[in-house]
Ligand binder design. Structure first.
Ligand code: SAM
Length: 216
């Protein structure tokens, strides 16, 4: 599975609306170039708000494709160092990478598990965007209630020679999904990897063609 990521160039066009979101925030992102914390698949953005408080000197960027989820808690006064962006990560990760950004920290809290075997390619480590996700560098943290997801992700990193720490996680209530799983007594898992000194090549062109359809 992993070899396939680098065997062929991935040419999926970037959606025009993600390019538009990216360009809208580009200046703000550039101002925080060395201090970017990404909360990928942030849902309602609750976790991003917590991260913004935890890393007051960084810009915390929460990205989710769901306008509905992002809107749900907007009434709260948001920290100044928080940016919530509606975008498809398949495109956003590539745009960020190709604009030369590298992350300070990268959080992926409770990604959709895609538990059926036939959907393996939709789990982030099985997805063609995986090389870009890694190439963004930084200190990466993944949490899931599904040990297989974390084990597979760890396996992929180890095959690339990247040291990984996995463990059962204590619930911190960092996100709605974490709280939900903890309340129902589920075991939580955490993976951490330091990608700051790792150079990961990406198998795709620097400038992506833009599609004008909505991808979601
Ligand atoms: C299971 S929820 C977890 C939400 C949040 N991280 C939490 O822990 O409460 C997964 C989130 O990933 C988002 N997501 C899935 N695929 C995405 C994609 N390609 N681009 C952006 N967001 C995506 C979904 O919209 C959803 O909000």
């Amino acid at each position: 599975m992993l070899e396939r990521h680098w065997a062929h160039a991935w040419m999926r066009p970037v959606a025009a609306h993600t390019v538009a979101s990216f360009e809208q925030y580009l200046e703000r992102l550039q101002q925080a170039r060395e201090r970017l914390v990404l909360d990928a698949g942030c849902g309602t953005g609750d976790s991003s708000r917590q991260l913004a408080r935890q890393f007051p000197d960084s810009l915390v960027v929460g990205v989710d494709q769901s306008a509905y989820r992002l809107r749900r808690q907007r009434q709260e006064k948001d920290p100044e160092n928080l940016l919530l962006i509606r975008a498809d990560l398949q495109d956003f990760w590539r745009l960020l990478h190709d604009a030369g950004f590298r992350l300070q920290r990268h959080f992926i809290f409770y990604p959709n598990p895609w538990p059926k075997k036939m959907h393996l390619q939709r789990r982030w480590h099985g997805h063609p965007v995986f090389p870009w996700l890694l190439a963004l560098g930084g200190e990466l943290e993944l949490r899931s209630n599904w040990s297989l997801y974390v084990d597979e992700f760890a396996h992929a990193l180890k095959k690339l020679g990247i040291a990984v720490r996995t463990e059962q996680a204590r619930a911190t209530g960092v996100s709605p999904f974490e709280s939900k799983y903890a309340l129902s007594g589920q075991t939580l898992y955490r993976l951490r990897a330091d990608l700051r000194a790792t150079a990961i090549p990406v198998p795709g062109p620097k400038v992506f063609p833009v599609a004008d359809h909505r991808a979601d």
